[in-house]
Design a protein around this ligand. Sequence first.
Ligand code: HMG
Ligand code: MG
Length: 308
Amino acid sequence: MNPGNVRPAHVTLYEVGPRDGLQAETEIVATADKIALIDRLSASGLKYIEATSFVSKKWVPQMADAAEVMAGITQRTSATYPVLTPNLQGYEAARDAGAQTVAIFGAASETFSLKNINCSIAESLARFRFVMGEAAINAMPVRGYVSTVIACPYEGAIKPQAVTDMAARMLDMGCYEISLGDTIGVGTPADVERLLDVILKVIPAEKLAVHFHDTYGQALANILTALDHGIATIDSSVGGLGGCPYAPGASGNVATEDVLYMLNGLGIETGVDLETIVATAWQISDVLGRPPRSKVAVAKQPPRNDAR
Ligand code: HMG
Ligand code: MG
């Protein structure tokens, strides 16, 4: 691979902090704090801010206020605020709450699918078809997630072909893009290369995003590997918040500010302001009562008496 040929000049940062970041918090975060977080992120220049999930409140109590969050945020025309919808019930609630873009989420591992959305991969695809049908009627763009693209917390290593098959099915259904999730953050650049070498034979880089959790500190290296394969959409989470309640051992997503610092250094344009993201990382960390997990937010920590 010759990086100079395919590394993108522009990257889209897809912020997942308000959703992936907060979903694993055991203490319920006030709806007003979630709304403030999203509004601050909106001011940074981000074009995609995943706002919440329309899932069962028994499964993910933190996301029970999804409709209130959607009603409270100020949606800028420059940004899109996607939400997760596992099934038709979630899709209809999201649409009624004013969502303009939704995301369905499946997995390359049967056991993870069962643990996360209570159905097999085949059943999940059947449910997604109902969502896609309604979304087509409403001309609503749908993103697709494939989780456990490197390894599953229950099954271990996952074959790149299984990921490719699931991603291709979700694209065939009409998803505009597939985000490849290393849900438990165990992958190294070698794993990412092995996966991308297989999947890119079938799916073009423009249809793919990468979603790395940073459990083993490999996320930035993995992102660089993905960039050098031409992938230009990167999921990240302000302050390095995140985790999946149904993926034991998973830690936060790669921090938006860490990715942005690296992209700025590489001369890759994003349109996102680093200082605003760092200030936002500190603000949400203050709400959660702990410092941000990211290197960049800590290195650039504003003085205690500043207006964060
Ligand atoms: P189920 O229990 O099989 O669903 O859950 P059901 O259809 O049998 O319904 C049971 C109850 O749930 C009923 O309520 C339904 O009304 C309700 P009851 O009659 O018992 O009061 N229900 C819903 N309520 C609200 N919204 C809905 C909904 N659907 C049913 N959409 C279900 C199936 C999918 C709902 C459940 O398993 C669920 O909510 N799972 C979500 C788990 C989740 O959110 N995980 C985290 C997100 S995925 C992730 O983080 C990975 C990612 O970041 C990428 C990566 O890192 O790899 C995306
Ligand atoms: Mg995730």
